[in-house]
Design a protein around this ligand. Structure first.
Ligand code: IPM
Ligand code: MG
Length: 385
């Protein structure tokens, strides 16, 4: 068989991909300066409901933000701006992960609070558009996905720094079906892409009294991209001699997180995108499930805060939407407040959530009519602020 035509077609796609990535490298190398929120006259917080249970839990978070930032909003220092249109119906209609007008609106904000969005998969009634999450992280260059997981009674206090724009996700929609029998995907590591996530993690460790940073890869097998990621982290670790940096492979780390004797030793993790995606769901499970975990997507210019779970279409189909758990979005709100410089407000909300979720438990969320509604729970948290 003559492969020439097949190889030529695949090579053309590969060439386009390389051009895109080389341009991206130039862009991120040119944009290393981070925004300083304290110099802004007004901070604009975009609020995007998303799909499924998204609008329900986002509305609860919005109310809490409105309440806790009432003075700043009145003084014109903060604006909450609703951004509609990031729904699966709209995205499917224009065949884009983020419709252009929505992206334009998002770019006028400083930070974004975003509800979960539905990602179509094979067999769904929707066209196979890219995940809105992945697209937003890429378009706004939100390179760090920071996910805290805390279970005080089990001695767990972890902070995951997941690289958010590279790895297999950078070009996840640009894989090639070379023939009916051969499919190829690509994974990407860049020097600046790794340096900036590693820097954020080490600085976080240093500023928060953390003694240990664990770098998690599969560099023994994925030698080129994971190897580069690991090497850059190792190099940077030398600048932080007071921190104990160690290296793990993702498989054994996944096991160690269930090892009750060892896992309490871990503090800060740095991981490439895919491993970070997987292990943060595992970690959130110890805390009570993905419904309880929020995440920060941080870039130099923008930041976006969200739940770590999906849009729960089944809950909506069964009419249980109003019983959705807002805790993940409220945890994301804690991260948002701290990120834009409202540390005291962030701590107040975190303390109220801890009290309601783990101590008082006067109301509980079960996801059905046996528990509180999302709105009732938000009121309960606000009463305990
Ligand atoms: C997450 C989610 C997303 C991801 C999906 C929805 C694309 O699982 O935020 O962890 O894989 O990053
Ligand atoms: Mg995930």
């Amino acid at each position: 068989m003559n492969y020439d035509a097949i190889i030529k077609a695949a090579t053309e796609k590969y060439e386009a991909l390389l051009r895109g990535q080389l341009e991206r490298v130039e862009r991120i190398n040119a944009n290393k300066e981070a925004i300083d929120y304290s110099t802004l006259d007004k901070i604009i917080i975009g609020v995007c409901g998303g799909d499924g249970i998204g609008p329900v839990i986002t509305a609860a978070s919005r109310r809490v933000l409105e309440f806790i930032l009432a003075d700043q909003i009145k003084a014109g220092k903060v604006e909450l701006r609703d951004i509609d249109g990031l729904t699966i119906e709209n995205r499917a209609a224009v065949g884009k992960a983020i419709p252009d007008d929505v992206l334009e609106e998002l770019k006028k904000c400083h930070v974004i609070l975003k509800g979960p969005t539905t990602t179509p998969r094979a067999g769904d009634p929707w066209p196979n558009i890219e995940s809105a999450n992945v697209a937003m992280r890429r378009e706004l260059d939100l390179f760090a996905n920071v996910r805290p997981v805390k279970v005080p009674e089990k001695g767990i206090d972890w902070t995951f720094f997941r690289e958010n724009t590279e790895g297999g996700y950078a070009v996840g929609s640009l894989g090639v079906n070379v023939t009916d029998d051969l499919a190829i995907d690509y994974t990407v590591t860049t020097t600046e892409g790794t340096s900036r996530i590693a820097r954020l993690a080490f600085e976080y460790a240093k500023n928060n009294g953390k003694k240990r940073v664990s770098v998690v890869t599969k560099a023994n097998v994925i030698k080129t991209t994971d190897g580069k990621f690991l090497r850059i982290c190792e190099e940077m670790a030398k600048e932080y001699p007071e921190i104990n940096t160690d290296e793990w492979f993702i498989d054994i780390m996944t096991a160690k997180l269930v090892d009750e004797k060892r896992r309490t030793e871990f503090e800060v993790f740095i991981l490439p995108n895919l491993y970070g995606d997987i292990i943060t769901d595992e970690a959130a499970e110890f805390q009570g499930g993905v419904g309880t975990a929020g995440s920060a997507n941080i870039g130099k210019r923008y930041a976006m805060f969200e739940a770590i779970h999906g849009s729960a279409p089944r809950m909506m189909k069964e009419g249980r939407g109003k019983y959705a758990d807002p805790c993940s979005m409220l945890r994301a709100t804690v991260l948002l407040l701290s990120h834009i410089g409202f540390q005291a407000e962030s701590e107040r909300l975190a303390a109220a959530l801890d009290y309601c979720m783990f101590e008082d438990k006067a109301l509980t969320i079960t996801g059905r009519d046996t528990g509180a509604t999302c709105e009732e729970f938000a009121d309960y948290v606000m009463k305990n602020l």
